[in-house]
Design a protein around this ligand. Structure first.
Ligand SMILES: Cc1ncc(COP(=O)(O)O)c(C=O)c1O
Length: 436
């Protein structure tokens, strides 16, 4: 055998070896992966919640690079005292501020929150037992729902709703029961307002039964912007009392209410403190959603369940963020209710932007539902193209942020241009994805 033949055989042998190893590997890999897939599939209780509107929209935005009006967060600076506080906290001499803090809420923050909400709801709140701070209002919702929903408990959810309510209820073994806000009568000669959408009182009553454990209220509502009136809240409260039902009140937009509407905390209605857990968010309060700091307040006996979920899932929140937020509240507390207070000036600013956005949406041919509060506008864009019926959720403050406000004509021209562009394939695909 020549040296060359030997070499070729060696190579072939090598190849065969590789081939065999390769095939064996692939074979066992295939078995292995299907076994892995079977055993490690998403647990059944999470089925159906794989898709998230936020994940999908952010992906679409990065793919098509449109003017992104799809997610509600401010792109103007938060109040300077808040960012200054964070900088000072981060670089200050107290290095212990970078260590774990009290699990149920950083002492300085729960003290400030207790002071604030004691004034707002007209009863003394105990900072140790009646407040828990969380990783955003998201975690507040999660700990509150998980801590109270048992297998088979019915939870009433008012549509349209913040998307995580439904999966959270299901994860906890609960049964979501939906009731829509309906347009109370045909609107003529003006734009519809979020106040035109109401719960049918009889339909609401029919939702309650002995299995009903919780109703989730969101006022101002995301995405409609509805601010529930006192009459509407009294009706919900009466049914909660009649059927011994807990109210989880998501009030993250409590300060984002446009005149003449008024935010009413359902916990303040007679007999409701003892059956209400109210959720708030520093992100929405101070326009700094990236801080992901939230809280729940309510009666101590109901807070115990929340404390348990929180201590066994996240244990404690972010210390420097909580310290800085506490300084933020301490800054606002003495000027609460005055024009200098951020909680008064911010909604005034956003109201102008709401009006501007409503106008340009109407100008381009959509039919916006004028929101009474919150970050969002729902607009019916079907008049733009009768073949496409869809709703577009627009974040007011993203559209007309402070820096863009001066350039509003330019911005409007850009939007008009985009809307009037002939539909490219890409755009068609985009529309299709949103519809599906
Ligand atoms: C109605 C509602 N609840 C809760 C949250 C979550 O707030 P956070 O960012 O504090 O987790 C949001 C955020 O958009 C919201 O719109």
């Amino acid at each position: 055998m020549s040296a060359a033949t030997k070499q070729i055989r060696q190579i072939l042998k090598g190849h065969r070896c590789l081939d065999i190893i390769g095939r064996t590997f692939v074979k066992s890999g295939a078995n292995m992966s299907s076994e892995i897939e079977k055993k490690f599939a998403l647990p059944r209780r999470f089925a159906g919640s794989e898709k998230s509107v936020w994940v999908e929209y952010i992906q679409l935005a990065s793919e098509y690079n449109p003017l992104n009006l799809g997610q509600g967060f401010p792109d103007f600076p938060p109040p300077k005292y808040a960012t200054d506080a964070l900088a000072k906290v981060a670089t200050g001499e107290n290095y212990m501020i970078h260590q774990y803090t009290r699990g149920f809420g950083h002492p300085r923050l729960v003290a400030a929150l207790a002071k604030l909400y004691s004034q707002l709801i007209g009863r003394e709140i105990n900072p140790q037992t009646e407040i828990v701070t969380t990783l955003g209002a998201y975690e507040a919702l999660y700990s509150t729902i998980t801590g109270h929903v048992d297998d088979g408990d019915e939870v009433i959810i008012i549509e349209p709703f913040f998307d995580c309510y439904e999966p959270m209820v299901k994860y906890a073994g609960g049964v979501p029961r939906f009731i829509p806000l309906r347009l109370k009568s045909e609107v003529k000669g003006r734009l519809p307002s979020s106040g035109d959408y109401v719960l049918d009182p009889n339909e609401l009553e029919s939702m309650f039964n002995t299995k009903t454990k919780i109703i989730i209220l969101n006022t101002p509502n995301n995405p409609l912007g509805k601010v529930f009136t006192e009459k509407e809240l009294v009706h919900i409260a009466d049914l909660c009392k009649k059927w011994n039902v807990l109210c989880i009140s998501d009030e993250v937009y409590e300060w984002l209410v446009f005149k003449p509407n008024k935010h009413i905390r359902i916990a303040t209605l007679p007999g409701m403190w003892e059956r209400t857990l109210t959720i708030g968010s520093a992100g929405k309060t101070f326009s700094l959603t990236g801080w992901k700091l939230g809280w729940v307040y309510g009666p101590a006996n109901l807070m115990v369940n929340i404390q348990m979920i929180h201590q066994n899932s996240v244990y404690t929140g972010v210390t420097p963020i909580q310290e800085a937020a506490a300084i933020g509240f301490e800054t606002e507390l003495p000027r609460l209710g005055t024009d200098e207070c951020y909680f008064i000036s911010m909604p005034k600013e956003l109201e102008k932007k709401r009006d501007y956005t409503v106008k340009f949406l109407s100008d381009v041919g959509m039919v916006p539902i004028v929101p009474e509060g919150g970050y969002f506008i729902i607009a019916d864009w079907s008049p733009l193209d009768s073949a496409q019926v869809a709703y577009l959720s627009v974040a007011v403050i993203m559209t007309v942020n402070n820096s863009n406000f001066d350039k509003s004509d330019e911005l409007q021209a850009e939007i008009l241009d985009d809307i009037n562009k002939p539909r490219s394939n890409k755009r068609k695909k985009h529309v299709k994805t949103i519809k599906s």
